[in-house]
Each structure stands twice: as C-alpha cells, then as structure tokens.
Design a protein around this ligand. Structure first.
Ligand code: 3PG
Length: 184
C-alpha cells in the first residue's frame, strides 16, 4: 500500500483530471475517491482507466451497495469511516483490502474477526491522536493504523515515526498538491 492516501472529493467529473494530475505531480500515486458525491463511481472508473499508474480506491463506503459499485468501477481498496461487517464480508470474499474506521478496542476486535489487520483511525485528532494509537497497540500489536482526520503538516511526522502507522490519510494532500501545481 502507498504511504499517503489522499482523501479526494470529486464534485463534478470535470475536476477529476486536475486533482489526479496534481497528485501525480506531487509524486502521490494514490487516491481515495469518496462516495460523498453522486459521481464517485464514475470518477473511480475514469481514474482507473486513465491513471493506471495510480492506486485508485473508494472512500466513505458505508454500505454493501456502495462497496459493490466501487468494486464494479475498479476500485482496488475500500475505506470506511467506521466498521461495516457487510462491506468487510464482500472485501474478504474478493480479496480486496478493506480499511474500516476503528477507534475502540471493540471495533478493532470486530475487524480482527474478519482477518483485517490494518484499520483507519478516524478522526485521529478527536480520538486521541498518537497517544491513543500507542495505547491501542499494547493489546493489539498485530494492528497497523492509518491515522486520518485532522492530520496535516503540523503532525504528520509524529504519526509516521510510529512503527504501527501503515499510512496517512487526509484531504490536505489534495489541497497541497493543487496549490503546488498552481504555483508552477
Ligand atoms: C476522511 O473522510 O477521511 C476525512 O474527511 C479526512 O479528514 P481531513 O479532511 O481532516 O483530512
């Protein structure tokens, strides 16, 4: 998996090229396209076809229907803000990486029952940040985290320095990449 997972919201299809080009120019070859907009599945399908060098996943997937739509569009990983057993079942059956949002021991145990060992930690800043990750790692040494939500340049390095952090998610990657592209 990629180390940086930009959380992408595509409001209109016309924005897709600009955002993905900006990410590529910033050497970020990954995009989590979120099911927060009506064109999410279409954008995933377009991205998969036109940016084969990038890892294109689906985010904010909160039910089986969205998961099916994301996989049909070609998403290669699925992210949820919370834990969905229905989404987990589909992903495990099809061998697709699923990163559910898990911030409590109970949620982590639910993920483990599906054999999931990498979880999104969201919103990272609200649920205790690095301190919470370290505390959760004691009973769950097999778990890797993807802190997301409130992560930015001011705290990314401290998360990355912890060996249980598999990757970082955030919308700030998109913002930064667009700003950088506009400057040049
Ligand atoms: C997400 O769904 O992962 C969040 O909206 C990302 O949070 P951020 O905007 O604080 O990075």
């Amino acid at each position: 998996m990629q180390k940086y997972i930009p959380v992408v919201v595509i409001k209109e299809m016309a924005e897709t090229d600009k955002i993905l080009t900006a990410l590529k120019k910033s050497d970020i070859l990954c995009a989590e396209i979120t099911f927060r907009t009506a064109c999410a599945a279409e954008a995933i399908s377009y991205a998969v076809k036109n940016y084969p060098e990038m890892e294109i996943g689906a985010g904010t997937v909160i039910n089986a229907e969205q998961c099916e739509a994301a996989l049909a569009a070609g998403a290669t990983f699925i992210v949820s803000p919370g834990f969905s057993p229905a989404v987990a079942k589909i992903c495990v059956e099809r061998n697709i990486p699923y990163y559910p949002g898990c911030v409590t021991p109970t949620e982590i145990m639910a993920a483990l029952e599906f054999g999931i060992t990498t979880v999104k930690f969201f919103p990272a800043n609200v649920y205790g940040g690095l301190k919470a990750l370290k505390a959760l790692s004691a009973p769950f040494p097999q778990i890797k985290f993807i802190p997301t939500g409130g992560v930015d340049r001011s705290n990314i390095d401290e998360f990355l320095a912890f060996d249980k952090v598999a990757a970082i998610g955030g919308s700030f990657f998109v913002k930064e990449a667009l700003e950088k592209m506009e400057e040049n």
